[in-house]
Design a protein around this ligand. Structure first.
Ligand code: ACM
Length: 531
């Protein structure tokens, strides 16, 4: 896909885009019919009240006005202007709120319907303009992503289009079902560059995804700079690492900070994962002292799992783990730090418990809240630890007990939410150990009815992991994520009452012109009526 301009670049150019004189008012004509309806959006909004009299048409005089005194709202205004300027060719200056007769898109803090909460928004469209109200900049940002989808698809074009830029009239009141809507990239099996990660972030943000989980370490590679153990990246992430030796590379701390900042500008929080005590061959083949016998195993570039384990009885292991957690926590502004814990088949149950009882307090010591794959619930961790369920079954006693104790769960069932599973046996990329996952399979499940005893109250949200054993490029990522990522996004955001496959597949089909303009390499599923 092509790269969109970065926030930094757009902030630098925004001042230059201010018009010296506003163009003359065009003659008043009958308003054109909008091409979109309020309910065409993905994820489906909570409430839409169309008003056919209220069609708004963006024109060369339109201004964006943002809540006074809020840098955050001003930033959202500039991001919106950056999104709308290329295709419209309009100046769209971002100005403080002010009573004028100009058509406007107003981004206001406060005054929204009480239901919108901390992440939702209210969007009102009349013939005079669009008003988005929210309690937070994140809510305003979500509202602007809805507005983007309410405009004709050609709004995504990189160059000026001759179109009438209609927005359908009425009101949307919208807020998420779950606070957490995540996606995951696996940098270990094949490294993904900062440009690839930020391009994915841009796509995620259109569907109101608000967490990006980065799987930074595994048997085949270590992908994040750790100053106190420098060979982790130069050796563990160096040439020849990754599946088939074809995925070398790592994020410097500056790279990681750039990713975190790019995500934050789109109201997405990064969750770093350091997988342990298994999935650690890259570290253990780099540093011999991390092995109980003091002998470094050879590097591994195959796809096997479950053979590595940190040395549970060695104090050096905990010095290593604490160094890593301390350094990662220091560059992670978000509240969560993921410590993996999956598939530790080379660690005994007793050792696994010993290890987690040493390591969980280290996460807390550096001010973070621990995430772990669902196996971590075996150790009855404190109730602030979040379990990420990746199983394929509908029962899991440890998870149900944890939910009953008060632990929160993020649902990523591998046979529904794993974006690296093939769509069908003919899919060129991906794996199939959990399932073939066609679009309808990804959409037709309920996160709060997936595992017995893990109901709505226990669910923090949903996440769509994308493992990269078979993926190389951004095009590969896009092909596996689209169109299933929007399905998972809708499960996380929209109400169960709006859950409807026929509606979803129609709305999904209408996204295709946008993806083509964004050069997203999506899978043209035969289940979807593509337009
Ligand atoms: C996993 O797929 N091993 C979390």
């Amino acid at each position: 896909m092509r790269r969109r301009p970065t926030l930094t670049r757009l902030l630098a150019t925004a001042a230059l885009a201010l018009p010296i004189a506003l163009p003359a008012t065009p003659a008043v004509a009958a308003p054109p019919a909008p091409t979109r309806q309020l309910s065409d959006v993905i994820p489906a909004p909570v409430e839409t009240r169309p008003d056919a009299r209220g069609t708004f048409t963006l024109d060369p005089r339109t201004v964006i006005r943002t809540a006074p005194g809020s840098t955050d709202a001003w930033r959202v205004g500039h991001q919106l202007a950056d999104t709308l300027r290329p295709a419209t060719g309009y100046p769209l200056p971002v100005l403080p709120v002010h009573a004028t007769p100009l058509p406007e898109i107003a981004l206001l803090l406060g005054g929204a319907d009480a239901r919108v909460g901390q992440q939702g928004y209210q969007l009102d469209v009349t013939h005079r303009g669009v008003t988005i109200r929210a309690n937070t900049a994140a809510g305003l940002f979500a509202g602007t992503q809805t507005l983007r989808q309410l405009l004709p698809a050609t709004i995504e074009a990189a160059h000026r289009q001759r179109t009438t830029w209609t927005v359908p009239g009425g009101r949307i009141i919208d807020h998420p079902r779950f606070a957490y809507r995540g996606a995951m990239l696996d940098l270990a099996r094949h490294f993904h560059t900062v440009d690839e990660i930020t391009a994915y972030i841009d796509l995620l943000s259109q569907y109101k995804i608000n967490y990006l989980h980065l799987h930074l370490t595994d048997d085949q590679g270590w992908r994040i700079q750790i100053d106190s153990w420098p060979k982790l990246t130069t050796v563990g992430g160096g040439p020849g690492t990754g599946v088939d030796g074809a995925g070398p590379g790592y994020l410097t701390k500056a790279d990681y900070r750039a990713v975190v900042a790019h995500a934050a500008a789109r109201h997405i929080t990064v969750i770093p994962e350091i997988d342990m005590p298994g999935h650690t061959n890259a570290a253990q083949s780099t540093y011999a002292e991390l092995n109980c016998d003091g002998v470094a195993p050879p590097p591994r570039t195959d796809m096997a799992v479950g053979y590595s384990s940190l040395c549970i009885e060695d104090e050096l292991t905990y010095r290593f783990v604490e160094d890593v957690i301390r350094e990662i926590a220091a560059i992670t502004p978000g509240p969560f730090l993921h410590i993996g814990g999956d598939e530790a088949h080379a660690t005994t149950d007793e050792d696994y418990r010993t290890f987690m009882q040493r390591v969980l307090p280290l996460v807390a010591k550096y001010g973070k809240r621990a995430f772990g794959w669902n196996e971590i619930m075996q150790v009855d961790p404190p109730t602030d630890v979040v379990a990420q369920y990746w199983g394929t079954g509908t029962t899991n006693a440890d998870l149900a007990e944890a939910a009953a104790r008060g632990n929160k769960v993020v649902m990523s069932p591998a046979n529904k939410a794993y974006l690296d599973m093939k769509y069908d046996p003919t899919t060129r990329l991906g794996l199939s150990w959990a399932a073939y996952i066609e679009v309808r399979d990804a959409y037709d499940w309920n996160p709060a009815q997936r595992v017995t005893g893990v109901g709505e109250q226990a669910i923090l949200g949903v996440e769509a992991p994308l493992w990269s054993e078979t993926l190389r490029t951004l095009d590969d990522i896009e092909y596996m994520a689209f169109p299933r990522l929007p399905a998972i996004a809708e499960l996380g955001w929209s109400t169960t009452t709006s859950h409807d496959w026929e509606s979803f597949r129609t709305r999904l089909g209408a996204q295709a012109p946008r993806w083509r303009l964004q050069q997203v390499d999506f899978y043209p599923s035969p289940q979807v009526p593509w337009t």
